[in-house]
Ligand binder design. Structure first.
Ligand code: FAD
Length: 409
């Protein structure tokens, strides 16, 4: 029987798990990752932010992602009826990359997992984690592989990167209801057949529904002529558009005049899926022998494509703290992990709240021409630089956005 124990055990080989594994292995630690699925597997969350390139670089993974042929992304277009605003990440306030990629997650996550393996991680695919046991100086995980065979592994520390699986929040009673209202997303992939000259494949298209500003759509173009499309709103608002999710998504797309113009003949190439009530929180992000990464901790809302960036930030922070702890240093996980991570999470939260209250929609759509330091600061957050304390919108985003919106009323 293979001994699956290691210095660090990681639950899940999504972006946060694989990046943490790469960083820890490059620092000389042994890592075992237990991943429930067989890769490649579909995952939602396909539009990256430029800030994520900084974290990929820390794991040595930029070359493999740059060479993979993913669609370049350099900004976002916001559209509502005839109103439109284009944002270019190169105009941001914070220094750092201003481009990134739109990625099919099945391939992206596989590439990151392969990179972690090349760095020395052992990834056990089709190994579901089912229980956690705290020890005096570490922890053990137990679970089952795809044959139903039981396994146990022990390590000095566990990183829970199980995303929507939320393994430790469930097992340890850490779940805390999100302060965000329950939303529903319906999504699929399509061959977009877009030939319209006004469409910029280098930008995510965010469309606000013409009569209900709480409903919004994403169109994430990929490099092979396909796109990811999805729509988000309250369950009642979305369900009012048809008898099932298939007819609802198609009706919502047809309901938008801009989509009818740029994408008159899409071919749907994937089943239409949905996810409801995805916002989640936890009572704490770490314990004596564990830390929660990415979506296993907090997830807010997909509107600003912040999920993978937050997942990477958490992986980078936790993996580097863990290296120091394993060298014998005492780490203040509250300050150095939870509080540091929450600076950016709370910045995105403020932007999300401001979006749904209408303030940020107004700032983006009604004043796109405003060329100022303020605009550069707002673009920085939209590019993912939500931890740059030199940007006043990082600590005080909600108040500052309403001041900006009021200036134009
Ligand atoms: P995940 O990517 O979820 O990976 C977790 C892994 O853990 C999975 O591979 C899973 O199989 C494995 N796992 C789960 N349970 C177990 C178990 N018991 N045992 C072993 N393994 C397990 N983010 C963006 O950045 N851009 C976007 O455009 C975007 N769009 C989104 C749209 C919607 C509608 C939603 C809901 C989210 C979106 N997100 C987006 C968020 C994004 O999906 C997540 O934030 C991101 O995938 C989190 O990465 P992660 O590594 O934490 O977890």
């Amino acid at each position: 029987m293979i001994n699956k124990s290691a210095d660090v055990l990681i639950i899940g080989a999504g972006p946060s798990g694989s990046l943490a594994a790469a960083i820890l292995c490059r620092a000389g630690y042994s890592v075992s990752v237990f991943e429930r699925a067989k890769f490649p597997r579909f995952c939602i969350g396909e539009s990256l932010l430029p800030q994520s390139m900084v974290f990929l670089a820390k794991g040595g993974a930029v070359p493999i992602i740059e060479q993979a042929g993913f669609q370049l992304k350099n900004g976002a277009v916001f559209q509502c009826g005839a109103r439109s605003s284009s944002i270019d990440f190169s105009e941001k306030f914070t220094a750092g990359p201003s481009q990134t990629f739109e990625v099919q997650r099945a391939r992206f996550d596989s590439l990151l997992a392969e990179h972690a393996i090349e760095c020395g991680a052992k990834i056990y695919f089709e190994h579901s984690v089912q229980s956690y046991q705290d020890l005096e100086d570490g922890a053990c995980l137990e679970g089952e592989d795809s044959n139903g065979d039981h396994y146990t592994a022990c390590g000095k520390f566990v990183l829970d990167a199980s995303g929507y699986g939320r393994v430790l929040p469930t097992l340890l009673g850490l779940e805390k209801p999100s302060s965000f209202p329950v939303k529903k997303a319906i999504f699929t992939h399509l061959r977009d057949n877009i030939a319209h000259p006004a469409f910029d494949r280098n930008k995510i298209l965010i469309t606000i529904h013409h009569s209900n500003p709480e409903i919004w759509y994403w169109l994430i173009p990929f490099s092979d002529g396909t796109s990811s499309i999805g729509v988000v709103g309250s369950v009642d608002d979305i369900d009012a558009f048809g008898k099932d999710d298939d007819s609802r998504l198609k009706a919502l797309i047809y309901d938008d005049q801009h989509y009818r113009k740029i994408m008159p003949a899409p071919d749907y190439i994937r089943i239409i899926s949905s996810i409801t009530g995805y916002s989640c929180g936890v009572k704490k992000l770490y314990g004596k022998n564990y830390a929660l990464l990415g979506n296993a901790g907090e997830f807010i809302d997909p509107i600003f494509s912040s999920g993978v960036t937050i997942a990477f930030k958490s992986a980078d922070l936790a993996a580097n703290l863990l290296c120091r702890q394993l060298q014998g240093e005492t780490i203040d996980w509250e300050q150095e992990y939870a509080a540091s991570l929450m600076v950016g999470v709370n910045t995105f939260k403020a932007f999300v709240e401001s979006w749904y209250e209408g303030t940020l929609q107004k700032v983006i759509l009604d004043h796109p021409e405003e060329d100022s330091e303020i605009k550069r600061m707002i673009i920085s957050i939209l590019a993912g630089y939500a931890w740059d304390e030199a940007n006043p919108f990082v600590r005080d985003g909600k108040r500052l956005l309403s001041i900006v919106a009021d200036r134009f009323s």
